[in-house]
Design a protein around this ligand. Sequence first.
Ligand SMILES: Cc1cc2nc3c(=O)[nH]c(=O)nc-3n(C[C@H](O)[C@H](O)[C@H](O)COP(=O)(O)O)c2cc1C
Length: 193
Amino acid sequence: MDRIKKLYKAELEYLKDAIKNGSSLFHTFTLASLNANSPELRTIVLRDLTINPLQIYFNADYRSPKVQELINHKYCSALFYDVNRRVQVRFKCKATVHYQNDVSNKVWVKTALQSRKCYMGPFAPSQKLDEWHPNIPKEYLKTDPEKKHSEEGYINFCHIGLEVLESDILHLYHDGHIRFKVDNQQNLFYLSP
Ligand SMILES: Cc1cc2nc3c(=O)[nH]c(=O)nc-3n(C[C@H](O)[C@H](O)[C@H](O)COP(=O)(O)O)c2cc1C
């Protein structure tokens, strides 16, 4: 068991590093949510991670379909894969959407102007358009907004926490794969790869 405890700790370190490290293959992950009865997948940037309880965080436009899906059905899955180290991390999670509250505000004040403009678009993400539009104010295609103007984006900004309920980690090795699970009581055990 010591072996998988060590591997688990190491993966949490890789995830922590990936928050600021854009070249880490854990910097983005695939998030699956439930839309009525069918799953929806999309790529997301990992923005934060806390331990005990383990939670991962990301930012989103409150108007996007994923946010409504996570409000309607808070159980979701997050998938990371590092193709260089050949490690897959699957998390079963419970989502909490922070919108217009202390948590979202704390993150917003630290959000760079360059990122803030992504929340200033006139359209809801995934909305049908009659013609091309980048969904950021066109005057900021090549520049960033002034801080004062950027505050208009806050109405569309939310910060989402995903509490990890179960982890499933798979390391591919030429001489024998290792797969293990961390359950909701923090028990670690091997799974068949
Ligand atoms: C590399 C990459 C990173 C992305 N990061 C985010 C993100 O952190 N948050 C987000 O809401 N959308 C992000 N997106 C866009 C989503 O994948 C998706 O296209 C958009 O949010 C609409 O998703 P929805 O219709 O499922 O809500 C990212 C896309 C890519 C390609």
